[in-house]
Ligand binder design. Structure first.
Ligand SMILES: *[C@@H]1O[C@H](CO)[C@@H](O)[C@H](O)[C@H]1NC(C)=O
Ligand SMILES: *[C@@H]1O[C@H](CO)[C@@H](O)[C@H](O)[C@H]1NC(C)=O
Length: 414
């Protein structure tokens, strides 16, 4: 089994398209009332709430510190708006504004941060029915943030040669919990492609990450479960290893898993690896008397997606060989099929093996038919050629079962 296909190309994140859109969204219902958000390093304009236009205002910092440096002092007095150029962290805090006539007063709390940035998004399917996408900020904005996740299915239009179009309406990718950074697309289609849109929104704007995802590339099963390593009585170099499908994998005839198994004796660093066909394997080259560690991983049978993580390791030691057991073993040797055959059938459901013997029979049969037809055509051609040669030489046609057909065929020549 080539492992080349589990390289970089199989990274779970497939960034096919990434557009950014940042649009300011004005001061809206973010956080408690009276809080205003601004961008670090940019000019911030504070508005005094509840003061009629035209009123003269004075501004103070709530902590009593001198409000403004000399350069800004003219801004601090008599303005309805307080303009802070190149806002810095030390400008954060509560400002009190008061009309000059000693009347209405208000306060604004300034919180500074950055506009949203495109989140990092990765998607994964641990089965072929649903997949999930999770994300993290690519830059911490320092401001209240929420995420909107949606997806559209790509539809291939029959006559459109420009490739797949996107389905008309984006559907919400439902968050598992409010505030979660993961959402699930339920009932996804194995052969379809999806475009995921995860938008980071904060008081300073919104920024969307678009990701094209196909189930086939993000499929990554959970590791197999129930790994067991058992000695085989009387066989000091053998271990019987068995496991089960991961419980998250829905059992269906058309979506099987294949496995790879690694083992090594205690104190050795190198793993040996085999690719068993079914849900168990007999290790035949174990080191007698040593405990062995075994682990197993799974992948879609038709190589979609990537290998799962390794399962939890399990240990086992081959059974010691005693004199009587040697005796018993040699006696038993001829008829040794005491071990159950590896089987593809999890929970003994009737599953069809991809390498179905019936299929192979069909292939062989059609090959046979094909070569028979080829042979017959060759023989016919040879007969025709002989016949034509005969005609050119003026020889009389010989009677034979092919004669009528050959005569029809040779008519244009005659
Ligand atoms: C996929 O999602 C559906 C709908 O929520 C659920 O019924 C099903 O159990 C999920 N499949 C798996 C394998 O988790
Ligand atoms: C992504 O989702 C956001 C939020 O729903 C939306 O405003 C934006 O238009 C979407 N972008 C694209 C390219 O679909």
């Amino acid at each position: 089994m080539s492992s080349s296909c589990s390289g970089l190309g199989r990274v779970l994140v497939i960034v096919a398209a990434a557009l950014v859109s940042v649009s300011p969204t004005g001061p809206e219902a973010w956080g408690p009332p009276g809080v205003q958000y601004g961008q670090l390093g940019e000019t911030v304009v504070l508005l005094c709430p509840g003061v009629a236009p035209g009123t003269l205002i004075s501004w103070h910092r709530a902590n009593g510190r001198a409000l403004l440096g000399a350069a800004r002092s003219e801004l601090g007095l008599g303005q309805q708006e307080l303009v802070l150029e190149r806002a810095e962290n030390k400008d954060e805090g509560t400002y009190i504004c008061q009309s000059q006539d000693g009347g209405a007063a208000g306060s604004v709390t300034l919180q500074l941060g950055y506009p949203p940035s495109r989140p990092m998004v990765s998607c994964r399917a641990s089965d072929y029915e649903n997949f999930s996408c999770s994300w993290s900020p690519s830059r911490v904005s320092g401001l209240p943030t929420r995420y909107i996740a949606s997806y559209r299915k790509k539809i291939i239009l029959g006559t459109d040669r420009e490739g797949p179009a996107l389905s008309a309406d984006p559907r919400p990718c439902s968050l598992e919990l409010p505030g979660a950074t993961r959402c699930v697309v339920h009932g996804s289609e194995f052969w379809s492609q999806y475009r995921i849109n995860v938008t980071e929104v904060n008081p300073l704007g919104a920024s969307a990450r678009l990701l094209d995802v196909s189930m086939q590339s993000i499929l990554r099963p959970d590791p197999p479960q129930g790994l067991r390593v058992e000695p085989i009585p009387g066989a000091p170099r053998r271990l019987l290893v068995s496991w089960t499908y991961p419980s998250s994998w829905p059992l269906q005839p058309h979506f099987l898993l294949k496995f790879r198994l690694q083992y090594r004796p205690v104190g050795h660093l190198t793993w040996s690896m085999v690719e068993p066909a079914g849900l168990e394997e007999v290790i035949t080259d174990a080191v007698a008397g040593l405990p062995h560690v075994v682990r197993v991983s799974a992948r879609d049978f038709l190589d979609a997606g990537t290998w799962s993580d390794w399962s939890k390791e399990a240990w086992g030691t081959p059974s010691p060989e005693t004199a009587t057991q040697v005796q018993a073993q040699t006696e038993k040797e001829p008829g040794r099929p005491t071990l159950p055959r590896p089987s593809l059938q999890p929970n003994s459901q009737p599953l069809t093996e991809p390498g179905d013997p019936l299929e192979q029979v069909a292939v062989v049969t059609s090959l046979g038919v094909f070569s028979f037809v080829g042979l017959a055509a060759g023989a016919l051609a040879l007969l025709l050629w002989l016949r034509l040669r005969g005609h050119r030489k003026g020889a009389a046609p010989k009677p034979g079962f092919l004669a009528p057909m050959v005569q029809v065929k040779t008519m244009p020549v005659a």
